[in-house]
Design a protein around this ligand. Structure first.
Ligand code: GLC
Length: 429
């Protein structure tokens, strides 16, 4: 980790836990057509107000959410305390635009934090530095009313300093009233013409205050302030290799991903990923030394919908047997290259290597250069031995192919075990 003039949070637990739940929940869940609906459809406050007036998540039971996250194998969660629309899930003293002022009348955030903590899940707060509701947030290229020239003219004296102070006040609340917070996830900067960056947010002041309030907290890299981020946040793509810091050292990184093509609840969005694909993403990320933050967008009734639930349960079924290849794991040691259709992850403490078999082959997998490196091999899901052929040995010219002396050949059953992605645990030594 590079030094930073802004201090560093504690990332030791994070790179071990590897898997978290992102939750996008706000008024946009009722529009049910993406959390950017206010921007996309250029909806003014007066029209958007109907979602505030009708917001009533009567089925909300965060204990349920926490149980689902835990069963899926997620070790931390990050909740949108406030998204770009400006609505706050907690009882903030600095705004009326909050859950406690809707008909549900509850501090939704506090209940969530309590429920997840009770399940032993670490707590992260997403906080949007963008705010499309605040009366002093200057209209810019992403503001819903950006094209309304009369509105731009009428609001041209908005004072960013007042808004920057509002943010500090709210972040102070979040870091003072909810106990130890493990992650602060800001979103997002767009410096340049008609945008906003570190000068606007007063990022330096903000990060200094955060480090004073919670020195161990991890802060992401979206404040437009070089050196202020404890981790990098590739979004909606799978990095092709492990990510690096500016000085070339490996970065702490977390890919944030969606189950379907939206963060907020989107009723009609149909590009739901399969359980197999999501597991592939998790495994692929860990094999490159990264984390995955997988998003759910609960409904306006306050429930995680059936499509999301089915996927979380599928992930959980796999994690039940195979989480040992995820937690405390990262990239394989230099020079160990996984065979085709496979990924390696590695636990340095136990010196075990995990072979994830993404496409089931016929009987043999050749582990290149591993002949003298493996003491024992077993399937992770049932601890059954996986035998291997003596290096370089050919039993019968028609029955087996001679391997190279330096390679090791695993002998697999013809039929894939009943596991979405089978994992072979390799004891190195
Ligand atoms: C984007 C979007 C936002 C979402 C975030 C999650 O920056 O603005 O809607 O919350 O990605 O990473």
């Amino acid at each position: 980790m590079e030094d930073s003039p802004y201090g560093r949070g504690d990332t030791a637990w994070f790179v071990k836990d590897r898997f978290g739940m992102f939750i996008h929940w706000g008024l946009y869940t009722q529009a049910a057509r993406h959390e950017w609906v206010k921007n996309w459809e250029r909806i003014p406050d007066e029209t958007y107000q109907k979602y505030f007036e009708t917001f009533h998540p009567d089925l909300y039971d965060p204990k349920d959410w926490a149980r689902l996250a835990k069963a899926a194998g997620m070790k931390y969660f990050v909740i949108t305390t406030k998204h770009h629309e400006g609505f706050c899930l907690w009882d903030s003293a600095y705004t009326d635009y909050k859950a406690t002022n809707t008909s549900i009348g509850r501090d939704l955030l506090r209940e969530m934090v309590d429920a997840f903590r009770a399940e032993g899940i670490k707590v992260g707060f997403y906080y949007s530095i963008i705010d499309w509701h605040h009366p002093e947030f200057p209209v810019d290229k992403y503001h819903p009313q950006r094209d309304d020239q009369a509105f731009r003219e009428a609001t041209k004296d908005r004072d960013m300093k007042v808004y920057a102070e509002y943010m500090r006040n709210q972040v102070r609340e979040l870091l003072t009233n909810f106990g130890k917070i493990d992650i602060l996830w800001f979103d997002f900067s767009y410096p340049g013409e008609d945008g906003k960056g570190k000068e606007d947010w007063e990022s330096e002041k903000l990060i200094k205050m955060i480090r004073e309030l919670q020195p161990d907290i991890m802060v992401n890299n979206r404040l437009d302030l070089v050196g202020s981020g404890d981790f990098v946040t590739p979004e909606q793509f799978q990095p092709k290799e492990g990510m690096k810091n500016a000085d070339g050292t490996p970065a702490v990184w977390e890919a944030c991903q969606t189950l379907s093509g939206s963060w907020g609840y989107h009723r009609d969005e149909m590009t739901w990923k399969s359980v197999n694909q999501i597991l592939w993403m998790l495994i692929d990320g860990v094999s490159k030394g990264g984390n995955m933050l997988m998003n759910v967008g609960p409904t306006g009734r306050g429930e995680i919908d059936y499509r999301a639930k089915a996927r979380l349960e599928g992930i959980g079924a796999w994690m039940h047997y195979n989480s040992r290849s995820i937690y405390n794991c990262g990239a394989a040691p230099e020079g160990m290259v996984a065979p085709p259709d496979c990924r390696y992850t590695y636990n340095a403490e136990t010196n075990r290597l995990y072979l994830h078999i993404l496409a089931w082959p016929f009987q043999a997998i050749h582990l290149l250069g591993m002949a003298d490196k493996i003491k024992y091999a077993q399937f992770l899901h049932d601890a059954s031995e996986v035998r291997f052929r003596e290096p370089g040995k050919q039993e019968h010219s028609n029955l087996s192919e001679a391997g190279h002396a330096e390679d090791l050949t695993l002998l697999l059953p013809v039929v894939q075990p009943e596991v979405e992605i089978p994992v072979v645990e390799l004891f190195l030594g």
